[in-house]
Design a protein around this ligand. Structure first.
Ligand code: STX
Length: 319
């Protein structure tokens, strides 16, 4: 593809703050045009935190961009806190933040776990959502968790997988997610940190189609890795706190069917394989599915960024 759209120039928030809920202090920031079209960015993981780069998917002259760090991660405090930290707590945080900022409706933009949370939020508060842009669809179903944490992506990245296996004794490798859970909930802090780094590095090593060592390294940074691994593992062991595994992808679709939505999916996404995006789109033909033909998982794959920016530009016209 020629002439790919690239990220908007870096910009600084015009405001930031914390929202206090339960024992959590939730960091949020506002960028772009305060009178522009409201949009909220839902980051991945869960536990990944926002970054200064994600602002750049939106035209700052046209959008009022809101980014927040979900409970326990990024700049939110306390770091890594798992109490009162469920999908439904996050859904309430999003709605609360919207009201705090005096916003009626906003565009919801979420990739990976952010796509899961976007569906959970929109299916709870459909009238709060003007449009959605979803990427790298992840529904936390058994087969998706199994693919990434037990037997699937392991076949494509055997050398990175070896590193993921290392913290777990051989006899416990039949259920890696539970074995990691025991370490994360134990009291050996050194073991916990090493396991968190291994858990997190696995995802950093598999997120882009072409291996990017700097990505694997940044996911291995101890402070990031600890929140990322503990929070992801907590959500996944609890199967996303869903009533049943098809809640978001099947039974909830009727609630959001008429919300204009673009789904962007990398064909070679090894973290969230394309079959989930496909099944979602089969249940929801009104949403537009765009396949990036030579891309992996991350939003920063060139084709994927292009499609995401194309979608924000398109929806910017809806005022
Ligand atoms: N986790 C998928 C996910 O939501 C299984 C995700 N992958 N990478 C990220 O999130 C970050 C880039 C936000 C760390």
């Amino acid at each position: 593809m020629d002439n790919l759209l690239s990220l908007y120039p870096p910009c600084e928030p015009f405001n930031h703050g914390f929202m206090e809920r339960d024992d959590h202090r939730i960091y949020f920031e506002q960028c772009g045009n305060p009178n522009g079209k409201p949009a909220v960015f839902l980051h991945g993981g869960p536990g990944g935190g926002g970054s200064t780069q994600v602002r750049r998917f939106f035209n700052p002259d046209l959008y009022h961009i809101v980014i927040f760090d979900q409970r326990g991660c990024g700049r939110s405090k306390p770091h890594g806190l798992l109490e009162n930290n469920t999908t439904w707590d996050l859904v309430e945080d999003i709605e609360e933040l919207k009201q705090l900022l005096g916003i009626q409706k906003w565009l919801v933009f979420g990739g990976s776990w952010g796509s899961t949370l976007s569906l959970a939020y929109s299916q709870t508060y459909p009238n709060s959502v003007s449009e959605m842009i979803l990427r790298g669809i992840f529904m936390l179903r058994e087969k998706e968790l199994r693919w990434f944490y037990q037997d699937g992506a392991s076949n494509i990245y055997p050398e990175a997988w070896q590193y993921f296996l290392e913290p777990i004794p051989k006899k416990e490798r039949g259920d890696l997610m539970s074995a990691y859970h025991r370490i994360f909930n134990g009291d050996d802090e050194e073991k916990k940190l090493n396991a968190a780094i291994a858990w997190s590095k696995w995802e950093g090593s598999t997120s882009s189609l072409a291996y990017r060592p700097e990505m694997a390294e940044s996911f291995s940074e101890p402070e990031f890795a600890l929140a990322f691994a503990l929070i992801e593992n907590h959500y996944f062991v609890n199967r996303g706190f869903l009533k049943h595994e098809n809640q978001l992808i099947e039974s909830g679709i009727d609630i959001i069917r008429s919300i204009p939505t673009v789904i962007v999916q990398g064909r070679y996404d090894m973290v969230c394989p394309m079959t989930t995006a496909w099944e979602l789109s089969q249940n929801w033909p009104e949403a537009e599915l765009i396949i990036a033909p030579s891309s992996g998982h991350t939003a920063f794959e060139k084709e994927i960024s292009h499609e995401l920016i194309k979608a924000t530009n398109l929806f910017a016209k809806n005022v």
